[in-house]
Design a protein around this ligand. Structure first.
Ligand code: EZ4
Ligand code: CO
Length: 402
């Protein structure tokens, strides 16, 4: 099963996606997502210039060997660009192997460990009443788990809150938009928001919140403590995680479950967090953390320490990644939850897929492989458009984490 052709498809059906397509001598092809939001062309160039020439003629069945060939062979290890490029190859090879055997991918990953995949949706409002309405809307759509974000009184605009009540888009065309931030305003508001949400929606719905790395450990500890009465499913990215030991402070002070890892690209980014049981959910994704092969190793380490998975799944991860995530989620023993933001109609047309959503749960479907395709001629009608994630400044203009 030799690889005879490989190409990188960059398209923008509303937002940018980078997709790798590998073709074998048997005429079967596999797909992998390589989208790195705001830095898409770096991964496309890494693939085109440095990886694709190495793939032609290789045996597509040797998934593990190819992973190490690209990781160890590069000499320069880790990093989001390298790991997203390796992830794309790895995902395409798993897709190819499952297609060649005529089975849905999850059958090669140990088979189904559960009947469905619990997902959470994003409810966001410009203020508290608007956020209550947004959560009610998601509850009506059947979601059993809902992430609640809200505009903060005293701050103009907050990341994660869409304009006009629609889903937000994680990147914007043109120069990066700038947001203003006040930790004081934020910390005073968020506990009030969850107090209200619990009153409105009762104890059974799962509520989540994303702090987007904006707090120090002691501020995160205060927030976690004040949120305890409202029993969050998780508090996400409370503090930047380059220093994994910073989570000890948060952990010592609160029983609010913690979720981290959407920006991680390797098992070494979360080794201490997992081994010291400083977190409850690891959020690494197929596309940004080295593909299915590497993600399974992270999940196995996490399983030993009772840490569950909760993979990143915003709209800057393509439907190819979503499909891969669902095959991973349904098979891995220590699955926790999957993030899910529906894509636009344009994107779904470019990437027809067999996965489905029903009543707050998702299913990978039983089509061979990932069960996702790309309509290349439609993709060609949506050329790349440069876009950036916003940046975050404090009220006095200082650049801040987000
Ligand atoms: O900011 O995907 O949990 N989801 C998130 C996302 C991320 C974007 C970054 O590209 O935090 O909105
Ligand atoms: Co997040």
């Amino acid at each position: 099963m030799k690889i005879v052709d490989a190409k990188v498809i960059v398209c923008c059906p509303g937002r940018n996606f980078v997709t790798l397509k590998l073709l074998t001598e048997d005429g079967i092809y596999g797909l992998g997502d390589a989208t790195l939001n705001g830095r898409e062309l770096a991964v496309a160039a890494y693939l085109n210039e440095h990886i694709l020439p190495l793939l032609i003629g290789r045996d597509a069945r040797r998934i593990e060997d190819t992973w190490h060939y690209l990781y160890k062979g590069a000499y320069w290890r880790r990093g989001p660009v390298t790991m997203s490029a390796i992830a794309a190859v790895d995902t395409a090879l798993w897709d190819l192997k499952a297609k060649s055997l005529g089975v849905p991918l999850y059958q090669l990953l140990g088979g189904a460990s559960r009947e469905s995949v619990l997902v959470y949706g994003h409810a966001a409002g410009t203020d508290l009443d608007d956020t209550v309405r947004a959560v009610a809307h998601y509850a009506e759509l059947g979601y059993k788990a809902i992430r609640a974000q809200s505009g903060i009184p005293g701050l103009a605009g907050t990341y994660g809150v869409g304009r006009g009540g629609t889903h937000y888009e994680p990147a914007e065309k043109g120069a990066p938009p700038e947001n203003r931030w006040s930790t004081e305003h934020y910390l005073n508001f968020v506990p009030q928001m969850f107090s209200r949400l619990r009153k409105e929606f009762g104890p059974s719905i799962h509520l989540l919140h994303d702090a987007h790395h904006r707090l120090t450990p002691i501020e995160a500890a205060r927030l976690g403590k004040e949120l305890e009465p409202y029993h969050l499913f998780w508090l996400e990215d409370p503090t930047p995680a380059e220093l994994q030991e910073r989570f000890r402070t948060i952990r010592q002070h609160t029983t609010t479950p913690l979720a981290v890892g959407e920006v991680f690209n390797s098992i070494y980014d979360c080794q201490q967090l997992i081994e010291e049981q400083l977190i409850d959910y690891i959020r690494t994704s197929v596309v940004h953390a080295g593909g299915i092969t590497h993600l399974r190793k992270i999940a196995s380490l996490a399983e030993m320490y009772q840490v569950r998975t909760g993979a990143h799944g915003a709209t800057d991860l393509s439907p190819v990644c979503m499909a891969a995530a669902l095959h991973f989620d349904i098979s891995v023993h220590n699955f926790g939850i999957q993030e899910y933001m529906p894509q636009t109609e344009e994107t779904d047309k470019v990437f027809p897929h067999s996965y489905s959503f029903e009543n707050g749960l998702m299913y990978p479907g039983d089509a061979p492989g990932l069960g996702v395709d790309i309509d290349e001629s439609l993709a060609a009608q949506h050329p790349y458009q440069r876009a950036y994630l916003p940046i975050n400044r404090k009220l006095d203009g200082t650049m801040h984490d987000w």
